[in-house]
Design a protein around this ligand. Structure first.
Ligand code: B12
Ligand code: SF4
Length: 548
């Protein structure tokens, strides 16, 4: 890089695909990882740092191209970046990431990416416009890299990266996971340009000690102190008027005592400062057995739980290595509801069985079991996805070994978002059956009929509850009216409203599926897979005969 007095580092979060059902969520938040990286880079002298989240560029000052994406050519004209970093955790965003990386590289900027996808397939990124792929957490790596590009050290001395040297990918020494999370600077959301954030991501825990077959999170669990995260939350409340938070730790209660301590800090903070906070956390369904934990969470303002139930079918849960079976799931869900939590349940439909497994449940029976479970458990909002064989997972390896994975040449990364079949399903099932099954289950929850429930809730239950509460007007206890309204909203409005909205999301996704050429790609992918399997079979057959 040319010697200068000041340099610019721009961190870019590539846009989700146009058919992603998560765009609404992504428009209201941002990802924590890139903010952490930008914050670390910003500590270096001589560097101006900014973050551009393509999913959340609401401010009119953001230059846009004809497709509605941030216009990177204009951004480069206005504020040329010397180094551009990319968030590469989500496989479905890879085609977009590579496209922008190639653009920036052509413009002369240095390009670097990190994240779960990149760290599992670093060589792929070097062929697609990136100068450096970062493996694992990048706070220290980015600082060392920027210094290297300033000419102060050599790339080969930086641990945990892969880069091209004489046309060959060179992998440097391993960099271990960060153990002292408290020593990291607090994520600086002020570096994010053009975005409006409703849900602030915070994270107390990194990694997960479970080992689910389909999951890309492989590093062991490490913790920040409850006080450290509480300070971050307080800072965001006081400086940015933040009210809603998404706690990104994979398992909020992985260290239950510290989780309770964190809840107590939150409760005290809310009471002392009289602030309303709403927090969503990711937790495991069997945490419902821990009453002390649930009470602490409930008091602290944690209202929403995102829970990976994955499946109501025991055979699936065993193959996934989920660590529990379905027996108590309804009961656990009831306990969580009794504590007043709103549950977002995440499910995987049509999980591929292992070759040796003898269990074979017909697809219609699977659909029936999912529907029955969802009705019984009364989960508030539901997300049913198809299995995604993510890079770096044991599941992907298993499907590759079994010759079941469709080639990336036909079905690219953009389809790796849980809405598309990506491998040859179990015997007797077609990929179209999987799609139908998934949409059928989702259609059971997100249906137009919810409008009827909204109308009944508004015309009948709302006046009924208001009349009951209006006695309090006589005694001037407005708080009872507010309580009645909140109770009504929770019981008769919110879920029906979200589900009614979900009906349109599902409908629009089905429309996009029809317009997209995925089904043609699928046909070609299956033909290709069949050809490869036949070739393999005939070569195996040949090798069974001893040569003369
Ligand atoms: C919060 C979250 C979401 C949120 C927000 C998105 C986001 N990424 O923040 C929402 C709900 C929108 C979401 C959606 C989905 N998600 Co998600 N999500 C997460 C989660 C739980 C936390 C991410 C996080 O904040 N981590 C904490 C930060 C600090 O770590 P980090 O992001 O990894 O960043 C660090 C390093 O990776 C590295 N790094 C990252 N980028 C860069 C860049 C540079 C330049 C450098 C130097 C370093 C670097 O340094 C960072 C700091 O240490 C992760 C699990 C996980 N533990 O990562 C899954 C995860 C990212 N999600 C995943 C998936 C699959 C999805 C979905 C497809 C849902 C699904 N079907 O399962 C959708 C995709 C949306 C779409 N495109 O359509 C997978 C992605 C794997 C992959 N290869 O694709 C993960 C890893 C979980 C898993 N099951 O394996 N998700
Ligand atoms: S799915 Fe959840 S519990 Fe399982 S390994 Fe991944 S983060 Fe851990």
């Amino acid at each position: 890089m040319i010697k200068k007095t000041r340099y610019r580092f721009r961190m870019v979060l590539p846009a989700f695909t146009h058919f992603s059902i998560y765009t609404t969520v992504a428009k209201q938040m941002t990802s924590l990882g890139p903010i952490c990286i930008a914050t670390a880079a910003n500590q270096l002298d001589g560097w101006d740092v900014e973050v551009v989240d393509e999913n959340n560029c609401k401010d009119i000052s953001c230059p846009k191209d004809s497709e509605g994406y941030p216009d990177h050519a204009k951004l480069q004209q206005e504020r040329p970046a010397d180094v551009v970093g990319f968030y590469g955790s989500i496989s479905s965003t890879m085609p977009r990431l590579f496209k922008i990386a190639r653009f920036y590289k052509k413009m002369g900027a240095k390009t670097v990416a990190g994240g779960k996808h990149i760290e599992n397939l670093p060589e792929e990124s070097l062929e697609n416009g990136l100068d450096v792929a970062v493996l694992g957490e990048g706070e220290f790596t980015i600082q060392e890299l920027l210094l290297a590009w300033q000419g102060e050290r050599a790339l080969r001395d930086i641990k945990g990266i892969v880069f091209l040297e004489n046309g060959e990918a060179r992998r440097t020494d391993t960099r271990g996971p960060i153990t002292d999370l408290d020593a990291l600077p607090a994520p600086d959301f002020g570096l994010l340009r053009y975005a409006r954030i409703k849900f602030y991501p915070v994270g107390r825990i990194r990694g997960c000690n479970m080992n689910c077959e389909f999951c890309a999170v492989k590093d062991r669990t490490r913790y920040s102190s409850p006080q450290k995260v509480m300070d971050q939350i307080a800072h965001l409340v006081e400086t940015r008027n933040a009210k809603r938070f998404f706690e990104c730790s994979d398992h909020f209660a992985a260290d239950r005592n510290a989780a309770i301590e964190f809840c107590n800090l939150l409760t005290r903070y809310r009471k002392k400062n009289k602030v309303w906070l709403n927090m969503t956390v990711q937790t495991r369904i069997n945490d419902a057995e821990d009453m002390e934990l649930l009470r602490a969470m409930q008091q602290s303002g944690i209202h929403h739980l995102a829970i990976g139930y994955e499946s109501p079918i025991d055979e699936d849960l065993k193959t996934m290595r989920k660590g529990y079976l379905s027996k108590d799931m309804v009961q656990w869900t009831n306990v969580l509801h009794e504590h007043g939590f709103h549950i977002h349940g995440m499910f995987i439909f049509g999980y591929p069985k292992k070759a040796k497994s003898s269990h074979q449940i017909p697809i219609d029976e699977k659909v029936r079991r999912f529907k029955e479970f969802l009705i019984k458990a009364k989960i508030d909002t539901v997300q049913v996805v198809l299995t995604v064989p993510l890079p770096g997972t044991d599941l992907r390896d298993r499907l590759i070994r079994a010759g079941r994975l469709y080639s990336l040449k036909q079905i690219g990364w953009e389809y790796y978002d849980g809405q598309f079949p990506l491998y040859e399903p179990d015997d007797g099932v077609s990929p179209e059956d999987l799609l139908r099954g998934m949409t059928h289950i989702m259609g059971r929850i997100y249906r137009f009929r919810n409008l009827f429930n909204i109308i009944v809730g508004t015309l009948f239950h709302f006046p009924r509850m208001l009349i009951l509460a209006s006695f309090s007007i006589v005694t001037f206890r407005v708080k009872y009216i507010i309580q009645a309204f909140l109770k009504w909203k929770k019981r008769y409005f919110r879920n029906h409203f979200i589900r009614f909205g979900g009906y349109f999301v599902l409908k629009s996704w089905l429309k996009k599926l029809k317009e997209d050429n995925f089904l043609q790609c699928l046909k070609r992918a299956r033909e290709q897979l069949a050809r490869t399997r036949n070739k393999l079979q005939s070569s195996l057959n040949r090798s069974e005969y001893p040569s003369k």
